[in-house]
Design a binder for this molecule. Sequence first.
Ligand code: AMP
Length: 586
Amino acid sequence: MSVIILLLKFVKPRIHYGDPMGDIPFRDLVELCEALERTTKRSSMIALIASFFKKIPSDLVGIAARMIVGKIFPEWSHKTLDISWRTIIKVIKEITGTKPKDILDAFNKTGDPGDMTKILFEKKKGVKQITLLAPQKQQITLLDVYKIFNEVSEVKGEGSKRKKELLLRGLLEKCEPLEAKYIVKILLGEMRHGASEGIVEEALALLSNAPIELVKRAHMLTGDIGEVAEIAVKGGIRALKEVKMRLFHPIEPMLAQAAESVEEALKIHGGRTAFEWKLDGARVQIHKKENEVKIFSRRLTDVTLSLPDVVAQVRDNIKAREVILEGEVIAIGNDGKPLPFQHLMRRFRRVKDVKEMVEEIPVRLYLFDILYLNGNLLIDMPYVERREKLYEISGDIQLVPQIITSDSKEAEHFFKAARSAGHEGLMAKKPNSDYTPGIRGKKWLKIKETLDTLDLVIVAADWGYGRRYKWLSDYYLAARDENSGEFLVVGKTFKGLTDEEFEHMTKRLLELKIGERGRTVFVKPEVVVEVAFDEIQKSPKYKSGYALRFARIVRIREDKRPEEADTITRIRELFEKQFRSKARAE
Ligand code: AMP
């Protein structure tokens, strides 16, 4: 009897396309992603996603939307899979019996963790054992995958690493190579098929006949593409209109483009603009409701625990029941001047003994924007009016110094004042501009002293010599090739980090290891560093065709993702600019 029940369990038919609460094979989502990967046309991607959503049970639309963009849990949910690259590699090795060298080769061939996984699964030796209870291979479903991801996110405490490993192993063992490719992609949040959240929004607009602005707004307010997808598909325009702002769900921050000078900024903004000091710290988004305060980083992670002093300051000063504020936190030295960014990062990294850190590295909060106040969303309000509101409620908390001017001399003066106070430069903000979450436009411009630093990604590192023998201390720096998505090396450096940072970096890079050859450890491109250099040269040594002379790390950009790193095109632009200015000088 019990054998029959077990057999029934294994062959239960779970695929019900017409049923709103049914399930679908995971393979269908995989095929959609493959189709997305094959096209670069925006309109085709939108149509593909829209028809997929139309076809699947409406209860699955949210999960599918999140999987398509590789964000299985929204940031504010505090749920994370928290499976390291090291664990993924370990499980793949266990399942496929691959040698370390093959892993490195497979990665080098594709440059993509998902494609690498597919290759290794295809090479897997041995046939799957056929048992009585699993007469044929059970096809995994979308809900199977989602349930396991959920289980993984709930594993806590002692032995959790091993438990997660087993869950992942159990899932991957059931996968065909192509399915495994996407499990790994979703786990890492690196889909690379080109269909961004913006494209999913367009697909939802198309499907629900809603204006794209309405979908975008709902997405911004919920901070979860899955929730918006369900709302749009189940409730259409009416339901989308009803979406309200929710405190403690962070909003994507507005970003700035670079400008060469204050003159250029003035020109772009039509002759008159607001200049603010650009502080060299960490951006924070502060949500407050009565006495409850939460702080989110630029990447929208909750950093409240690292900043108890800022929380207290907000609680004591802000004269508003409900509010969302933006500002910059900087570390302050004994002389009251800002400390380099690295000090601040130590504050953010620390989760234990925060109290000591608060004393060791005092920080100061400067506010520069307000997005929500007592039930009203302010993002459509012009910048100058938002600033006015911010001033009214900020109590003793300082606002970032600001001037509004049309005079480039005055702006230049202000720039020098920011620099001599130890800050990076200026931001120019168009006075009548709205706040556009997640968009890097021209309404905000950043003006730094020198534009000639690059944000590059570490793709490999050599073990050091002498005093540094225990550290991975010589780094291969790569820029992104927008066409292929590859990271191409443009230089190498062992300069710029403190001992503490070398130690931290070594740990971090070993977690990201793909393989090694001789003294070189190859890593998954993830860590972004800001790099200064003297010159860009043409070089046959690297595939990129360029090499940086005297590269040195200025700081580790914990706040940047590898997709935000500088590109080969940018390097070419800088090379040409430098070539032109040299020619002028000669
Ligand atoms: P970047 O990181 O170089 O793209 O420059 C943008 C960053 O500058 C923002 O994300 C903020 O963290 C920071 N920042 C410093 N001062 C300001 C300011 N007054 N307004 C806006 N952002 C600022």
